[in-house]
Design a protein around this ligand. Sequence first.
Ligand code: COA
Length: 158
Amino acid sequence: MNLRIGLARRDEAAAIAELSRELIEGGLPWSWNAQRVRYYIENRDSAVLAARDRRRLIGFAIMEFFEERAHLSLLAVLPGYQKLGVGKRMLEWLEASARTAGIFAVHLELRAGNDGARRFYERLGYAEKGRRRGYYAGREDALCMARDLKVTSAAGPV
Ligand SMILES: CC(C)(COP(=O)(O)OP(=O)(O)OC[C@H]1O[C@@H](n2cnc3c(N)ncnc32)[C@H](O)[C@@H]1OP(=O)(O)O)[C@@H](O)C(=O)NCCC(=O)NCCS
């Protein structure tokens, strides 16, 4: 793999939206359509990352930056490329951007049934903070997780 991580281009919005529907929003109404993804690509207060193997889009992530916290809205890696460190690299890229902006708290929600993603985030230093009932279209709960970027652990990235 020739992994490159960088900001997504406007013309990648539709492909990212399709991957979100397929890999993250399965069984839920499609909320991250191309128009919404494009908005985040263009917005100064958010970053949309694309992970590419040569020219192929193999993963993406969206983070919003607020005054004192950042919110990870989406993160996914194509099934054939999972468990190879791509998700970790994207998250580290975004966390470094947050730190540079003087932001030291990252929050996220994930589908309560997504055990694999929960373990991934735990591995990267995120802790469970609570649960939001019916957060996903009234159909599924969300687990809320967060990481304090000032705290480093032996298991997590520095
Ligand atoms: C969750 C997801 C983003 C992880 O990305 P990834 O590229 O496969 O993860 P990485 O290879 O970077 O893994 C980083 C660490 O997490 C661990 N990890 C990753 N997936 C895991 C899983 N399903 N179960 C347990 N641990 C896992 C890895 O073993 C690795 O640990 P290590 O540093 O000790 O080796 C990916 O599985 C995915 O896209 N899933 C579908 C979409 C999704 O659920 N997105 C998250 C909700 S928005």
